[in-house]
Design a protein around this ligand. Structure first.
Ligand code: OGA
Ligand code: MN
Length: 291
């Protein structure tokens, strides 16, 4: 079987024809990478959700996978998911109950409501995020995506040359504070330092340029802070206009995969105090992680 794609309006496509629960052949991987290079977001719609092993194996076939300990730290050593390759972006505690109104994990996740790409605060950048919907709420909890290539292309030539060589600083703590998560210990701070990335970069295979910014981006290196902030805010507003975005309305079982180097995304509100949203993510990185 080979991949069949049904493109959405601006970017992104529904993908079928490859069973992502089964080991991928080299040809499957090549087709998926090519489809990601073109569409930047792929939606695999399944009746039944992937299990943890299937999701991790799918990620591993596509690149080195991120291991994360952050959520364990925030949960005081307790997590719903025991595999460090799986990132919990849902609202359940270690017992499978909805996290309380004051739970730090809830407030940490609130940062996902801001437009971002994953892991831009690390030197080793995230490539693909693979998000699996295990349980979804009856209303809300959609995920928005913005195509940073379309956004780049739509800038004036003057603006493109103005920003060509700029570098932004990214920090997880910057975006968490922005999202209202302010109670951060020194020990937690020390686990993640900031990182610097070019604001404009090109896909190594297609050479297509894209903006690379996120809620984690705090300022522009070498620029007065307020000036850098104003530029980052203006670019974010530009990039997230309707014509560059796609909103995914989840069905349980969906697997949505996005290229963090070509898109931003954000969570949206739902009744998270009474409804369950169990979403699990596997993330591939540019390089193998050094632990
Ligand atoms: C993520 C993320 C948004 C959502 O998984 O990285 O930001 O809607 N998710 O859950
Ligand atoms: Mn995210």
């Amino acid at each position: 079987m080979s991949l069949t794609l049904s493109p959405f309006k601006n970017f992104g496509a529904a993908a079928a024809g490859i069973d992502i629960r089964r080991p991928l052949s080299a040809g499957d991987v090549e087709e998926i990478v090519a489809a990601m290079d073109e569409h930047a977001v792929l939606v695999f719609r399944h009746g039944a959700p992937l299990n943890d092993d299937e999701q991790i194996n799918f990620g591993r076939a596509l690149g080195p996978v991120q291991h994360l300990k952050m959520l364990k730290m925030l949960g005081g050593g307790k997590t719903l998911l025991d595999r460090s390759e799986l990132i919990d972006v849902g609202n359940l505690d270690e017992n499978g109950d909805i996290v309380g109104a004051d739970d730090r994990r809830r407030h940490f996740h609130d940062g996902n409501l801001l437009w971002h790409s994953d892991v831009t605060f690390d030197d080793n950048r995230a490539v693909y995020s693979i998000l699996s919907a295990r349980v979804i709420p009856p209303d809300g909890g959609d995920t928005g995506f913005a195509d940073m290539r379309l956004a780049y292309d739509a800038l004036s030539a003057d603006k493109q040359s103005e920003i060509e060589d700029l570098v932004a600083e990214h920090s997880i703590w910057y975006s968490r504070k922005l999202g209202g998560f302010t109670d951060i210990s020194e020990e937690e701070m020390a686990t993640r330092s900031a990182s610097h990335h070019a604001l404009v970069h090109a896909n190594p295979r297609t050479h297509r340029k894209a903006l690379y910014l996120a809620s984690h981006a705090s300022h522009i290196i070498g620029w007065p802070e307020s000036m850098g902030r104003a530029l980052l805010d203006a670019l974010t507003e530009h990039a997230t206009q309707d014509e560059f975005t796609y909103t995914h309305k989840w069905q349980a079982g969906d697997v949505v995969m996005w290229d963090n180097l070509a898109t931003m995304h954000r969570a949206t509100e739902f009744d998270s105090l009474t409804q369950i949203r169990d979403m699990r993510r596997v993330t591939t990185l540019e390089r193998e992680m050094t632990v």
